[in-house]
Design a binder for this molecule. Structure first.
Ligand code: NAP
Length: 292
């Protein structure tokens, strides 16, 4: 058996075509979805992510403003910028690229973003709504993973999903979304004893660890579906995931590559959330006209 590839590049392309159609529809009403990206500091990985987001926005006919600051920016200065963006009618999504320099409280900053423009889905209100299954902007990476599983018609009901990682941006939310689709979910983390004893029970294995090629076939049950969220550099500086892609080929039934798996889905879902925000804004405007 050789594992089938879950092609995130192809699925994300399909999603971006749908997003572009929605952008064109909004353009007929003279609305251009606008995403403001705030970058503080010189982190080179962050700069690459931010540039990719801007390029994708523009390719889909959306507006993207980059607000770039030195790492000496104060918390108050950043909060004032967010306040300004919150009230800017041409901006539908606000994304603050993490990590932030240590003088700035990340939670305070994320909480200052208007939930109506929280296209990253990190605001406590978005997280709370997601948890109870109410409408919310879903965090882009977990949402992208769910789209991949759905596109490959991978049945989740009654399946055992094991998530390695419990970060607020990937591990915790993907576990919740899998639970909402009736999977039985186990979370593992760095304090888990005998990790392989859990991962070997997984029908669906999500690796969100941040360790190059950590998961080999000894962690994998025969026929498992593996989603590799990791973005790491190997010993030669080449981009690689948390999973040893070659080593799991004979054990897994499906696996995502890195690059070309979860990564492109994250950006596609961000574009989708920004368009959704612009559509909701238009809806609110129409509703208020109707009330008057
Ligand atoms: P994170 O905040 O560093 O969390 C890593 C998680 O892995 C933690 O919960 C940690 O456990 C757990 N862990 C670390 N070592 C472990 C071990 N030996 N055994 C079991 N669990 C272990 O990272 P993150 O932000 O969730 O990101 C995870 C990876 O995904 C990174 O490589 C990141 O670059 C990548 N990523 C990719 C995308 C994308 O779009 N493709 C998006 C976001 C993140 P503790 O909680 O106990 O410390």
């Amino acid at each position: 058996m050789t594992a089938k590839l879950i092609d995130g590049k192809a699925v994300s392309q399909k999603i971006k075509i749908q997003v572009k159609e929605r952008v064109e529809k909004l353009a007929q009403q003279e609305i251009i979805p606008g995403l403001a990206v705030v970058l503080v500091g010189e982190n080179s990985a962050s700069l690459t992510y931010v540039k990719n987001k801007k390029k994708t926005c523009e390719a889909l006919g959306m507006r993207s403003d980059l607000h770039q600051y030195p790492d000496t920016l104060t918390e108050q200065e950043l909060l004032s910028k967010i306040e300004e963006l919150n009230t800017d009618p041409e901006i539908h999504g606000i994304l603050v690229q993490l990590p932030l320099p240590k003088q700035i409280d990340e939670f305070k900053v994320i909480s200052a973003i208007s939930p109506d423009k929280d296209v990253d889905g990190f605001h406590p209100i978005s997280v709370g709504n997601m948890m109870i299954g109410k409408e919310a902007f879903l965090p882009c990476t977990p949402h992208g993973i769910m789209e991949l599983l759905s596109n490959y018609e991978i049945d989740l009901a009654g399946k055992h999903a094991v998530v390695i990682g419990r970060s607020n941006i990937v591990g915790k939310p993907i576990g919740q979304l899998l639970l909402q689709k009736d999977a039985t979910v186990t979370y593992c983390h760095s304090k888990t004893n005998d990790l392989a004893s859990f991962t070997k029970q997984a029908d669906i294995l999500i690796a969100a660890i941040g360790r190059a090629k950590f998961i080999d076939h000894t962690y994998v049950k025969s026929g498992a579906v593996i989603i590799d969220v990791g973005m790491n550099r190997d010993e030669n500086g080449k981009l690689c995931g948390d999973v040893d892609f070659q080593d799991v080929q004979e054990t897994a039934s499906f696996v995502t590559p890195v690059p070309g798996g979860v990564g492109p889905m994250t950006i596609a879902m961000l574009m989708g959330n920004t368009v959704q925000s612009a559509e909701k804004d238009l809806q609110r405007q129409n509703n208020s006209k109707y009330v008057k």
